[in-house]
Unconditional design. Structure first.
Length: 301
């Protein structure tokens, strides 16, 4: 049995491992700093001062970091608030409670500090008409009903009326020409106009027809009398006036024309309808009767 040669131990003097440790302790290292760090000074790193220029390493040179405003790309011309404080109105005296009246650097002016009360008064609503519409309805019923009554007398002989033949004979004896045309026109004006006025439908035209019919009746009675006698034409005068009032005031909201302008706010159109009705009465008189209806009145003797 052969014996192995004795190998040197790490802890035995003269061994290779022990020789290396001794050499590392006794001989200075090449990486050790040239000047030892003073006692008590903290350990520093090259990154503690990022603006510090580092020593060149080999052939590479460390780039110089920017330090000034121009190098950093900042605008050196921007003034400080302390420099502009005196040029801003109201900024110098910051203790005053009232705001500055002008804003040199504001693009939107301040809102006016006026009164919050409304500048215009509220208008009265159009629906505050009280009993006006009811009064117009009553007027239409009285005027329209009166014309319907006379139209039924002439057309059918109702209410002890003359009937169609009777009214033709009466008109022929009263000087009317073309009674076959004049009598139907009279009946249509009284019946048709009266019904439409009661309903409040096409009121300016319907009431205009009543005005034309009753004015011809007024002239017929006045021409048959000697001189002017108002008692002969009282009813015709009242009916003509009330029919004209309906044209100028409108039928009111209790009517079929309630959504029309002439129902509550008649204006030029209703006035034109009244003028047209008077013109139609005068034209019909001269065309189908003739003569002077004002005979014996003032200068027309």
């Amino acid at each position: 049995m052969t014996e192995k040669p004795n190998e040197p131990s790490a802890g035995v003097p003269g061994s290779p491992a022990l020789d290396q440790i001794a050499a590392a302790v006794t001989e200075p290292s090449a990486a050790a700093p040239a000047f030892p760090r003073p006692v008590g000074e903290p350990v520093r790193s090259p990154f503690d001062s990022p603006t510090e220029q580092f020593a060149a390493t080999g052939d590479k040179v460390t780039e110089k970091l920017p330090r000034t405003d121009e190098e950093l790309g900042l605008d050196p011309e921007v003034p400080l608030y302390s420099e502009l404080k005196n040029s801003i109105p109201g900024a110098a005296n910051s203790n005053t409670a009232e705001p500055s009246p002008t804003y040199s650097f504001a693009s939107i002016p301040p809102a006016p500090t006026g009164s919050t009360e409304p500048t215009t008064k509220l208008r009265r609503r159009d629906d505050r008409r009280g009993t006006l519409d009811f009064g117009l309805l009553l007027l239409r019923l009285v005027v329209g009903g009166t014309f319907i009554y006379h139209g039924l007398q002439k057309a059918f002989g109702w209410f002890h009326g003359p009937g169609f033949d009777g009214i033709k004979t009466a008109m022929e004896h009263g000087g009317w020409k073309e009674v076959n045309l004049a009598a139907p026109m009279l009946i249509a004006g009284e019946l048709g106009g009266g019904i439409l006025v009661v309903l409040g439908l096409a009121t300016p035209l319907a009431a205009g027809a009543l005005v034309a019919v009753i004015l011809d009746a007024w002239m017929w009675k006045e021409a048959a009398a000697t001189g002017f006698q108002y008692k002969n034409v009282e009813l015709e005068s009242i009916l003509a006036g009330t029919a004209a009032v309906i044209i100028l005031t409108g039928p009111g909201r209790l009517s079929f024309d309630r959504n029309r302008g002439w129902a509550t706010r008649p204006f030029l159109g209703s006035f034109a309808a009244l003028i047209a009705a008077i013109a139609a009465a005068i034209g019909t008189w001269f065309w189908l009767h003739g003569g002077n209806p004002l005979h014996g009145i003032g200068p027309w003797k």
